[in-house]
Design a protein around this ligand. Sequence first.
Ligand code: 3NM
Length: 229
Amino acid sequence: MQHATWTPSPHATPATGGPPRVDLSLYLVTDSAMAGSRGLADVVARAVAAGVTCVQLREKAASDAEVVALGRQLVEVLAGTGVPLLIDDRVHLVHPIGADGVHIGQEDTPPTAARAALGPEAIIGLSVHDAAQVDAANALPPATLDYIGLGPVWATGTKEGHAPPIGPEGLADLRRRSRHRAVAIGGVKAHTLGELTGAGVEGVAVVSAICAAEDVTAATRELCGAWAR
Ligand code: 3NM
């Protein structure tokens, strides 16, 4: 779980053919409304100190200028930690923020266009919800994606109008079908994480389990502990 000791998963399939560039073990997706008066930078700093290995800035309701301002705060928070910052959806803000890459959804910029815009060094992830989308991701040129996000595993109040939940077994099926490294998302909590151990994913992604936690450090440690088991 610690970044310094992380070694690539044996079934990793990096975008560039080299070693994987992102440790997906505990992937934090932000929600500044859940962070509330504590501020997002504070929540992210605590979460990273407690073991989060990747951060995605996801602020659907914010303007580009607000995302840039928040993103630059997070770049400072993450400096020297080795934890990458990815930007949700907005490919054009990755370079102005100084982020490490982008996470795109099925309705966003197509993966090949994102790779063309950001170049070979950027980390690029794609949300995938069913077998047809796994197959489409598998058919992309080999150096397009670094990972896929598979979900939602369970129904979640965090994402309006989400795809039908796939459940732990659906997750395992889709992971087996995919040639990409994968992170599970949707309804993941410390007490549900144990149900995902056989699914073969490289990590889990959470929003509310960390952003809405009263004690971010304790919640993150609990998730890390559950993942390690
Ligand atoms: N993407 P929580 S589910 C941002 O299925 C997001 O692609 C999903 O929030 C997907 O951890 C989701 O609070 C929300 O359940 C996950």
